[in-house]
Design a protein around this ligand. Sequence first.
Ligand code: FE2
Ligand code: FE2
Length: 221
Amino acid sequence: MRHELTFHVLRLTFVGASLNVVLMISILILIRILFTKQIGNIPVSISQSITILRRRIYRGLEGLWGPFRPMDETPIQEVLPPPCQALFQRMSRSDRAHSLRVYVWLREHGHEHEDLLRAGLLHDCGKAAASLAVWQRTLKVLLKRWAPGWWQRLAAPAEPGSWRYPFYVLQNHPHIGAQWAQEAGCSPLTCWLIAHHEEKPPCHHPHRDLLLALEHADAAC
Ligand SMILES: [Fe+2]
Ligand SMILES: [Fe+2]
């Protein structure tokens, strides 16, 4: 009990520090947007930017309250076969909660395709390849959008001991996750959806609609 309390106090301190970094970066970027209305050659809509930042801050806060919030993992037993359930459980609690929200969003929007629902639950499983802090996740979203060249350099291939390894994993989690899903026995379609869930859907692909649904759900949750 005492150890548990100490663990939660340390966790709160760590997440609190991460949130400070997130807020500082967010404020700096917002100031830059307000003065320039664009970064590099990319025109930036302020309302779009605020939505993204708000979502990232919400996800950061979730890391704080996540351990105290009950999570209904019933869909896991219903939708995923046992090897895939193990894959799901490898994710952090906040990533599991996000994946469950993606699953619920898909169901609420009338999607019943089994491969899509499985991809919804497992699309971020590759993130379990590294321990990812809130500020690293936020930095990815911000740099990818506003300084993609910097992001490409930061997320270039790195060894597991490197300080850049979490960024490499963040960039490549769709392909890492698809590989793991294939090893766990997921269908080729589920693996394809996982592998491409952060890319622009190809125009004439037969499963474009499923990928679009997954990306909409991911963005909304
Ligand atoms: Fe992802
Ligand atoms: Fe996601």
